[in-house]
Design a protein around this ligand. Structure first.
Ligand code: PHE
Length: 350
């Protein structure tokens, strides 16, 4: 029995000196391990005469329970202390510099688009929008583009399978990805009466891809309708636009052209920005660059929306934003806009 008392005292002394979970584990091995002091005592029971075994066995088990309960309490205290220490060691150093997140910037096409919108707003134009997935009627029919017009060809137009796709494309689908922003002319005129003066910027789609064509690109449409609108107004508006977007000394010329939804129609050229009209690779030696399609609204278009063509006249125009952006920044491959190469894009940061 004295032996058991000595072990208890030794344990009490040992347990007071413990300061970590590691120490605690050593203590566990020393007293409760396979060759630990308490276990040795239990084993030594077999050498005692049978009558002495029960009281001594009980005393050893009491000691064992005591040691276990002390160790349990110590373990709780020590692990709480160690966790607290860990948390304190990891506290935030507010004097460290933050992680640098480089700022993004407007895409060059959006930058020029914003500029275009600003110039027309200044001239009193409002901004309208229409859907990119469009009905054949708005994209072609109401714009006086007949069924056999080359613009409708499968190579140029993305037809959308009716009923959400999956199945085979019907030979003649009446849903398309709009090939130009001109359908917005019809949608706005259907809803409103003259006077009208708006632009309609947005994405358009054509099945086409090379250094100057991408399957998706941006256009800005323009439409002005009222009594007494003439070709002179069209010239004045577009000249002022070009002079603001490029420079006031940029020459502008109107060349006769053809669009089914305007009559007369014109193509608008500007003096080559790169060679200043002398002739270079970009203007193919002509000194001129084509930048816009335009014309006076065709009477059939007015008839399609229920406007009286005897009373109202109007002009319309359409321009490609990528093309204007390429000219403004001297970019020679349209595909650069859509490759998401940060080295290209960050050159346009303002
Ligand atoms: N929609 C024509 C095109 O995409 C451009 C245009 C618009 C021409 C308005 C005349 C009037 O080529």
């Amino acid at each position: 029995m004295e032996e058991i008392e000595r072990i208890r005292e030794a344990f009490d002394a040992d347990s007071r000196g413990i300061s970590s979970l590691k120490d605690l584990n050593r203590l566990r091995i020393k007293y409760l391990g396979r060759r630990g002091l308490v276990i040795q005592e239990l084993k030594s029971l077999s050498s005692l005469p049978p009558s002495e075994r029960p009281p001594r066995g009980r005393a050893i088990n009491d000691l064992k329970a005591y040691i276990e309960s002390v160790m349990e309490r110590l373990e709780e205290e020590l692990s709480a202390a160690e966790l607290k220490q860990k948390i304190e060691a990891e506290s935030i150093d507010i004097t460290l510099p933050g992680k640098y997140i480089p700022p993004g910037s407007s895409h060059p096409v959006n930058r020029v688009l914003d500029e275009i919108v600003e110039i027309f707003r200044f001239m009193g134009f409002t901004v309208e929008e229409g859907p990119e997935v469009e009905l054949d009627y708005y994209n072609f029919e109401a714009l006086n583009i007949p069924k056999d017009h080359p613009a409708r060809e499968m190579q140029d137009t993305f037809y959308v399978a009716a009923g959400g796709g999956g199945g085979r494309l019907p030979a003649e689908s009446d849903v398309v990805l709009r090939t130009h922003t001109s359908p917005v002319q019809i949608r706005v005129m259907e809803k409103r009466r003259p006077p009208l003066r708006f632009i309609a910027p947005g994405k358009v789609y054509r099945c086409d891809a090379d250094v100057s064509h991408t399957p998706m690109f941006h256009q800005v449409e323009g439409l002005m309708v009222d009594e007494g609108v003439t070709f002179a107004h069209l010239k004045g508006v577009l000249e002022l636009f070009i002079h603001r977007l490029f420079s006031t000394d940029t020459p502008v010329r109107f060349r006769p052209s053809y669009f089914p939804f305007t009559e007369p129609s014109a193509e608008v050229d500007i003096g080559c920005i790169l060679c200043r009209g002398k002739g270079c690779r970009v203007c193919k030696g002509t000194g001129w660059l084509e930048v816009l399609g335009a014309g006076m609204v065709h009477p059939r278009v007015f008839e399609a929306v229920g406007y009286d063509p005897e009373r109202y006249t109007g002009f319309a125009f359409g321009m490609g934003v990528e093309r204007l952006t390429m000219l403004k920044f001297g970019i020679d491959d349209i595909r650069l806009f859509f490759e998401n190469d940060i080295r290209f894009l960050k050159q346009f940061r303002v």
